[in-house]
Design a protein around this ligand. Structure first.
Ligand SMILES: O=c1ccn([C@@H]2O[C@H](COP(=O)(O)O)[C@@H](O)[C@H]2O)c(=O)[nH]1
Length: 302
């Protein structure tokens, strides 16, 4: 039995890639040759057709980037939005990614009281036919809400720690009586809970989400949490760049993956990749993923 975090670290090293490719099908950004825009005028009536287009889009993206990333991160919101066909599309996307030997980090930010958290873990990490390898969770309910996601050591959880959005400061930076900020207390909590789930690589199956858009906090959190692996979202579309995420890695270039969703999924819309044309969106995505992978490796080698 191999710990989730060891599987992830091993795949990162095999591919020499520290990127995580988000699968976030923003419908209005899909190429017209994949999704006829008029279908969006009546989303509910056209859920089935739209979900079929999204699946084709995802499969082409996965084909284009599977040798270049260890892990893909489908964002559940975009699939839930398409009702039952959307959930079927999510499951088929995960199944396709699995067939290409990619790890799956399902971004759903689930959690609840212990018994309900257990049901979430069973739903998304333990189904027999297809399940994710890891899931994003909200740690706000405390330990009994987190432990069910760690029961199976082959699976992992990524808890929100310091998120990438502008309003992250509203609650996460509040000061506690002991002088720490809320996110610092959450970090210490994650390290403590995760200490019983540490793999051979020295990191724990309980990982954390820390945004690329807050490089100062990322550096401070990396220094504080030696055994916590990071998912770093916010690269590209949210403004984060390679220089911002460097401090999230340890001195050996381990301990984190950096996510980009729109920046890769919809690279074909950027001037830089205009020459590919909308019909070659997957080739544009590959070029963007390769650029991101190289930029991160370069900055870590400096
Ligand atoms: O703090 C967080 C936590 C999660 N996310 C998610 O990551 C992707 C980012 O998408 P981009 O298109 O690369 O901006 C998206 O699914 C978010 O829900 C995050 O951005 N920040």
């Amino acid at each position: 039995m191999k710990y989730f975090i060891d599987q992830l670290q091993q795949k990162i090293e095999e591919k020499n890639s520290r990127i995580c490719v988000g699968l976030d099908p923003h419908l209005e950004l899909l190429p017209e040759n994949v999704l006829a825009p008029e279908l969006l005028n009546d989303l509910e009536s056209n859920q089935k057709e739209i979900a079929a287009s999204v699946l084709k889009f995802n499969q082409n993206l996965i084909d284009a980037i599977s040798d270049m990333t260890a892990v893909v991160k489908p964002q559940m919101a975009f699939y839930e939005k398409l009702g039952v066909p959307g959930m079927d599309c999510l499951w088929q996307t995960m199944s396709y990614a699995k067939s290409k030997k990619l790890l799956i980090l399902l971004d759903g930010k689930r959690n609840d009281i212990g018994s309900t958290a257990k049901a979430y873990a069973e739903s998304y990490l333990e189904q027999k036919n297809i399940a994710a390898d890891s899931i994003t969770i909200n740690p706000y309910l405390g330990k009994d809400g987190v432990l069910p996601f760690l029961e199976n050591k082959e699976k992992g959880a990524f808890a929100l720690l310091r998120t990438s959005n502008p309003s992250a400061v509203d609650l996460q930076d509040l000061k506690l009586d002991d002088g720490r900020k809320v996110y610092q207390a959450v970090g210490a909590f994650l390290q403590e809970v995760g200490s019983n789930y540490i793999g051979e690589c020295g990191y724990s199956n309980l990982a954390a989400v820390v945004g690329a858009t807050y490089p100062k906090e990322l550096k401070e959190i990396r220094a504080q949490l030696k055994s916590v692996f990071f998912l770093i979202p916010g690269f590209g579309a949210q403004g984060g760049g390679a220089a911002d995420i460097k401090a999230g890695f340890d001195k050996n270039g381990r301990g984190a993956v950096v996510n980009s969703s729109r920046g890769i999924n919809f690279a074909y819309r950027k001037e830089e990749y205009n020459n590919f044309g909308a019909e070659n969106y997957a080739k544009a995505a590959r070029a963007a993923a390769e650029k991101m992978k190289n930029e991160i490796n370069d900055v870590l080698n400096q």
